[in-house]
Design a protein around this ligand. Sequence first.
Ligand SMILES: *Cc1c(COP(=O)(O)O)cnc(C)c1O
Length: 472
Amino acid sequence: MADQHLLRKLPKVDDIISHQAVQQLLKEIGRETLLEVTRETINDLRSNILNSEPGTVNEGLVDINETVKTIENKVRRINEMQIQKVVNGTGVILHTNLGRAPLGAYTQDILQSIAGGYSNLELDMTTGKRGSRYQHMKELLLNLTGAEDAIVVNNNAGAVLLVLSAIAKGKEVIISRGELVEIGGSFRVPEVMEQSGAKLVEVGATNKCYPKDYENAITEDTGALLKVHRSNFKLIGFTRDTSFEELMQISEKKGFPVINDLGSGLFIDLQPYSYPYEPTVQEVVASGCDIVTFSGDKLLGGTQAGIIVGKKKWIQKIASHPLTRALRVDKLTLSALEATLKKYLQPEKAISEIPVLKMMTVSHAELDKKAETFRDILPERLNGLNISVEKSYSQVGGGSFPGHQMESRVIAFRGNPEEATKLERFLRTEKPAVMGRLSEGAYFLDVRTLFESDLSIIVKRLNDWSQRSDNY
Ligand SMILES: *Cc1c(COP(=O)(O)O)cnc(C)c1O
């Protein structure tokens, strides 16, 4: 039995709505939503009382002023943008949880002008007739990759699903066992294959797959050979991979295509910047690969998208599949991607102006300079934590260059594990949020992924922290 007298004392909707503070809320939110929030709040109170042992519920719970406060907080939360800026001090450049690639200033300008008005998204300006939204990007992609044709869809997982659906539905697709990967927890090659209606034919062993493994698996029902780039893990030791060149030789004259899911979308060889070898899109296209897919927001450094390039014959088949419409990109994606891709016409500009590439190739001297700017502004000690600049390592993330570590500089907060934990929580939960790394009792902010404009935010947040740490 619940506390009946408390249930009777529950504030009434009308009383709450006519409360002066709640009336004020009507300036911030519509009446219907306010009523909804009010009813929901009273219902929560009622459930709370019904689910509690009699005598355990505080009388204050049904106080109208308390209820009004709850409603005020709820309205404030509803009005606040839930998706918000986060300062990335993790050192992970392509952090999927933090929105992967940040876009450059030029892309932001383009987005602003396109987003707020009309555009020629599906208009052919020369004829004044309906055009294709894919046309704008096409020439640029063909120039950059050397491919015969190209199309852009919502993301790379969608691109792979679309390609398999359009090319290999009801047919067999041969793939090495070592490439049946899971990416980002929700993209598993076997599952995507099943969705597409293609039949998975696994060949080879996890660590070894020879050309003859593919050859032996070819039947009349073979629809494609699929190569999935192991973008988020490394296979080391006793291994043998079949290269896409070898796959090309196998498929030659057989009539079915080789599909290469590259994932990362690298356009510039980064070996001169001490990165390991990773095939570029141009290289794979030049090798004659029929269909190549990759993400727009990984190493390419653009917005979320799935880019498909390759031989005209196949791309046209893909473009006319009904799923293409379901996976289509909007004007914001297309304009952001076009602006990013334009930078690649001058590779040195791409390196210096696309934030992802810039962060990946920044020199130690520049990192030192960035770190010193912090050291000059921050105190040496804060709430029992010593602040200093240290050498550390950052990662590319987003499943790119797995295992590769780049020497970086971090602002280290050491000397009191409990305080470091509190600091991490404080910076993460208050706005604007700052994300760092908590490791072995210390807190770290990697300067590689910090923008200059983040500096003042961090200084301010640390200042707040020095005054409010007791609450955390
Ligand atoms: C990242 C990745 C995907 C998924 O791409 P999204 O753009 O995140 O959908 C698929 N395949 C490979 C090899 C990848 O690396």
